[in-house]
Write a protein that binds this ligand. Structure first.
Ligand code: MRU
Length: 347
C-alpha cells in the first residue's frame, strides 16, 4: 500500500541543524525555523512549535545528536556524562508524552555502547535518523490497522492533532483517515477544536483540508450533541502515554470523550505506536500530568478573554481508564480485552 498524499514534514534533519515546522504559526503560515542548540530544541518543545508525542521524541533525538556533534569533550567519559545531563535537560521540557524519554534513552544507550568520541557522535546521528524512519513505517501500519475498523463512509470524531505533523509522516489516529482517502472510502471527520491551544482547529482541520478529507470543525462542548445526532461510528484519538494496564494519557478532553462514547455506545479507539506504551508505569495514577501556563486559558490569539488575576487550572492531558477503551490500535495490530496481558505480548 502506498499513501499518495504529499505530507508536510514537521522535522527535517539538515546535518548541522534541525529544520522544524513552526506549528505555532499554523494555519496562517507554513514557516520553518532552524534549531542548532539543545536550548533551541528545549524551547521549541516547551513552546509547542513542535508537539505530538512522536514528533517531540524525534526532535529531541536530533537535538541530542546535534549537541553531541558540537561537543568539545576530550574523553569518552566526559562526553557520556554531559550527554546524559543534556538528555535529562531535554527530557524536562514536557513530562507526559513518554516518547520524549523513550527516544532520549535510546540514544544514551547507543552512546554507552561506543568506545570512541567519533563513534559516539556518528552513531547518535544514525540512531536519530533511524527513529524518524521507523516512525514513518510504524504510523503507516497504525493507519492500516485503524482503517480496518472503519465502516464504508464512516463518520468519525477525533480530538487534538494526531496527524503527519505530530509524527514523522501519516500520523496515528489520522493515519486511518489517510488510508481511507487512498482507498476511496469517503469518510467524514468531526474534529474537536481542542481548547486551550486549539490543536484541532488550527492543525487537524488544516491538515485534513490539505489532504482533501471531508472535515467538520466543532467546539469541544458540542461533542455530546454530535455523538447523539450525527451517526458517529467511532471516536479515534492518539496517546501520549499508555501504562501497563492500558490506562491512557492524551490531550485534555479525551477522558470526557471516552465517557460520552460509552454513554452513546460508540467504539472508542486509541491509536499509538509501541514507543508510547510505557510498561514501567503501572497505571494512569502514576502518570505525571503536565500543567501549562495560565495564559493558554486566559488568552485567545494573544487577546485576554478572562479577568486579570483569575485563578486558572490548566492540565494539558487527562487519563482515560482502560475500561473505557474499546481497542488500542498499534503497528503490531489491534488489541482488546485484558490490556495488562495483551500489551505485554506486543514486546
Ligand atoms: O500538547 P500536544 O499537542 O503535544 O498534545 C498532543 C496529543 O495529545 C496527541 O493526541 C498525542 O501526542 C498523540 S500525537 C500522534
Amino acid at each position: 500500500m502506498t499513501v499518495k498524499q504529499d505530507f508536510i514534514k514537521p522535522v527535517i534533519w539538515e546535518g548541522e541543524s534541525i529544520k522544524l515546522l513552526n506549528q505555532q504559526k499554523l494555519p496562517g503560515s507554513v514557516e520553518y525555523i532552524f534549531l542548532t542548540t539543545a536550548e533551541d530544541v528545549w524551547d521549541a518543545i516547551v513552546e509547542l512549535k513542535v508537539r505530538g508525542a512522536p514528533a517531540i521524541g524525534i526532535t529531541a533525538a536530533y537535538g541530542l545528536a546535534l549537541w553531541a556533534k558540537n561537543s568539545e569533550a576530550e574523553t569518552t567519559e566526559e562526553l557520556l556524562q554531559s550527554l546524559k545531563k543534556t538528555a535529562d535537560y531535554l527530557n524536562s521540557a514536557r513530562p507526559t508524552a513518554v516518547n520524549l524519554a523513550w527516544a532520549l534513552h535510546r540514544l544514551v544507550r547507543v552512546a554507552e555502547q561506543q568506545s570512541t568520541i567519533p563513534s559516539i557522535k556518528g552513531k547518535l546521528e544514525l540512531e536519530a535518523i533511524a527513529i524518524q524512519r521507523e516512525d514513518e513505517e510504524t504510523c503507516r501500519l497504525i493507519g492500516e490497522n485503524g482503517y480496518s475498523l472503519l465502516p464504508e463512509g464512516a463518520n468519525v470524531l477525533t480530538h487534538c492533532n494526531t496527524g503527519a505533523i505530530a509524527t514523522s509522516k501519516y500520523g496515528t489516529a489520522l493515519g486511518a483517515f489517510y488510508i481511507a482517502k487512498e482507498r476511496g472510502n469517503e469518510i467524514h471527520v468531526y474534529a474537536t477544536e481542542t481548547r486551550p491551544v486549539l490543536q484541532g482547529a488550527r492543525l487537524t482541520a488544516w491538515e485534513l483540508q490539505q489532504a482533501d478529507i471531508d472535515v467538520t470543525l466543532i467546539t469541544d462542548n458540542m461533542a455530546a450533541h454530535v455523538l447523539k445526532t450525527k451517526n458517529i461510528d467511532a471516536i479515534i484519538v492518539g496517546a501520549d502515554r499508555i501504562t501497563a494496564n492500558g490506562d491512557t494519557a492524551n490531550k485534555i478532553g479525551t477522558y470526557g470523550l471516552a465517557l460520552l462514547a460509552k454513554a452513546h455506545d460508540i467504539p472508542f479507539y486509541i491509536a499509538a505506536p509501541l514507543s508510547t506504551i510505557d510498561l514501567d508505569t503501572a497505571t494512569g495514577e502514576d502518570i505525571v500530568i503536565e500543567e501549562r501556563k495560565a495564559e493558554e486559558v486566559t488568552h485567545l490569539g494573544g487577546q485576554r478573554i478572562a479577568p486579570e488575576g483569575v485563578q486558572v487550572f490548566n492540565p494539558s492531558f487527562d487519563v482515560t481508564p482502560n475500561e473505557l477503551i474499546t481497542a488500542i490500535i498499534t503497528e503490531k495490530g489491534v488489541i482488546r480485552g485484558d490490556y495488562q496481558q495483551e500489551l505485554q505480548k506486543l514486546f
